[in-house]
Design a protein around this ligand. Structure first.
Ligand code: NAD
Ligand code: LMR
Length: 338
């Protein structure tokens, strides 16, 4: 079978390259929250990825329909819908479990306002993964990512199955946005643009490093501040434009599919580089997004921060209290609930 294959988000090409699936290992991927705004297009994009041989689509309801629909695409992955109490079956044997389950923001809300509902949802799902698919890599999309990743880690620690190489908060959308906004402002071909984005995934904790963007183009202080703010507020821009009908879903599905493709490439023996929010000792924050090398066991190496400008160092200092507060809220929640 010939299937469209996503390319890594550090790479520049859009999802239009075609690769044969011949010879790639069998990989089972589950999407938890597959009936939602992100879950549906993400499931479609994963069905187009020639590295996926089995696609398990889980939600509390509606996934048989999504699976029947997506399953008619003539690509390799076998697609099955699971709902309600079929979570164990959905995740069993998975190499990768992607979690976009939970409520999205409405105008006026912060990502932290989602904590009350989403913390419990993520905990329940992660516990099932810890029990039925303890070796799987987890890609956490559900907000607030700054807290849901610590919740994930703490739950798995309590179960005795935590492997820090296997838990990743998906911050690829911040990279995707930074690339798009930089290319647009400077009239660059976005296919050749890279922008590192570090920190976390909410407001000031999102820190794009435009001083290290490539190709390097001079930015005035005003342009730099405008690009930084637009990247930090990218999610809010979409929430406001959708005016009560949710947050980013399509660009998020695209970003998650790029990230999943990189994770799978790493698992399949071709290491990739990504920015993602992981267990970290790069700063005083125990979870932090920076460049990582993804390989056969997940995160092989977390790279430190280098060559930051004074403006970026100031951004790093500014984000820390907010990031630490969200991390601690996640850790406390998981400990209290266990
Ligand atoms: P949505 O409401 O459209 O879909 C969420 C889905 O989760 C629904 O289908 C719902 O039934 C399902 N769900 C709820 N509880 C569940 C459970 N216990 N098990 C399985 N499924 C369950 O929302 P959306 O727009 O898809 O957004 C989902 C989440 O992703 C939100 O928290 C949002 O803030 C977050 N998000 C993160 C990023 C990021 O960059 N990391 C980007 C966009 C959105
Ligand atoms: C985003 O960055 O688009 C997501 O985190 C959703 C949101 O609430 O902004």
């Amino acid at each position: 079978a010939i299937a469209p294959s996503a390319v890594g988000s550090m790479g520049a090409a859009p999802m239009a390259t075609f690769a044969t699936s011949a010879g790639s290992p069998r990989r089972k991927v589950a999407v938890l929250g597959a009936g939602g705004g992100i879950g549906q297009p993400l499931s479609l994009l994963l069905k187009l990825n020639s590295q996926v041989s089995q696609l398990a689509l889980y939600d509390i309801a509606g996934t048989p329909g999504v699976a029947a629909d997506v399953g008619h695409c003539n690509t390799k992955a076998q697609c099955k819908g699971y709902e309600q109490d079929k979570l164990a079956e959905a995740v069993r044997g998975c190499d990768l479990v992607i979690v976009p389950a939970g409520v999205p923001r409405k105008p006026g809300m912060t990502r932290d306002d989602l904590f009350k509902v989403n913390a419990g949802i993520v905990k329940g799902l992660v516990e099932a993964v810890g029990k039925h698919a303890p070796g799987a890599i987890l890609n956490i999309i559900s907000n607030p990512v700054n807290s849901t990743v610590p919740i994930t880690a703490e739950c798995l620690k309590a179960m005795g199955v935590y492997d820090k190489r296997k838990v990743m908060g998906v911050t690829t959308l911040d990279v995707v946005r930074a690339k798009t906004f930089y290319a647009e402002m400077k009239g660059l071909d976005v296919a050749n643009v890279d922008v590192p984005v570090i920190g976390g995934h909410a407001g000031a904790t999102i820190l794009p490093l435009f001083s290290q963007a490539t190709p390097k183009v001079p930015l005035s202080q005003e342009e730099l501040e405008g690009l930084t703010k637009r990247t930090q507020d990218g999610g809010t821009e979409v929430v406001q434009a959708k005016a009560g009908k949710g947050s980013a879903t399509l660009s998020m599905a695209y970003a998650a599919a790029l990230f999943a493709d990189s994770v799978l490439r790493g698992l399949n023996g071709t290491p990739t580089m990504e920015y993602t929010y992981v267990d970290s000792n790069v700063t005083e924050a125990p979870y932090f997004a920076s460049k990582v090398k993804l390989s056969t066991e997940g995160v092989e190496k977390v790279f430190g921060l280098e060559g930051m400008t004074d403006y970026e160092k100031e951004g790093l200092k500014t984000m820390m209290p907010e990031l630490m507060k969200s991390i601690n809220a996640g850790i406390d929640f998981a400990k209290e609930a266990s």
